[in-house]
Design a protein. Structure first.
Length: 121
C-alpha cells in the first residue's frame, strides 16, 4: 500500500511538473506574441508621428492661407470704399456743374447728376 501511495504522489508530482512546464511554455509564448504586437505598434507609432507632423504642417499652411485671405479681403474692402468715395466725388462735381448750368433743372423729378434728361431747352 505504501508503494501505491508513493506511486500516486509521484504521479501527482509528475502531473504538477508537466502542468507547470506547460504553463511556463504558454507564458513564454504569450510574452513572444506580446513583444511582436508591441513591435508592430512601434511601427504604427512612427506612422502616427509622421501623420501628426503632416497634419501640423497642413494646419500651418491653412493658417497662412486664412491670414492671406483676410489681408486680401481688407484690400478689396478698402478698394470698394475708395471706389464709392471716387463715385461720390464725381457725382458732387456733376451736381456742382448742373447747379450752375442754366440749361439744367437740377430740381426736376428724375434728375440725375450729369444726365441730359434734366436739361431745359
Amino acid at each position: 500500500m505504501t508503494y501505491l501511495i508513493i506511486a500516486v504522489v509521484v504521479i501527482v508530482l509528475l502531473i504538477a511538473v508537466v502542468a507547470y512546464l506547460a504553463s511556463r511554455r504558454r507564458q513564454t509564448k504569450h510574452r513572444q506574441v506580446a513583444a511582436e504586437i508591441r513591435s508592430e505598434a512601434d511601427v504604427h507609432r512612427t506612422e502616427i508621428d509622421q501623420s501628426g507632423q503632416q497634419a501640423a504642417e497642413a494646419a500651418a499652411r491653412a493658417d497662412l492661407a486664412r491670414a492671406e485671405a483676410e489681408r486680401v479681403e481688407q484690400e478689396a474692402a478698402e478698394a470698394q470704399r475708395q471706389l464709392e468715395m471716387d463715385q461720390a466725388r464725381h457725382e458732387d462735381v456733376l451736381r456742382q456743374a448742373d447747379a450752375i448750368d442754366p440749361d439744367v433743372d437740377h430740381r426736376a423729378d428724375g434728375y440725375q447728376p450729369g444726365d441730359a434728361g434734366g436739361r431745359t431747352l
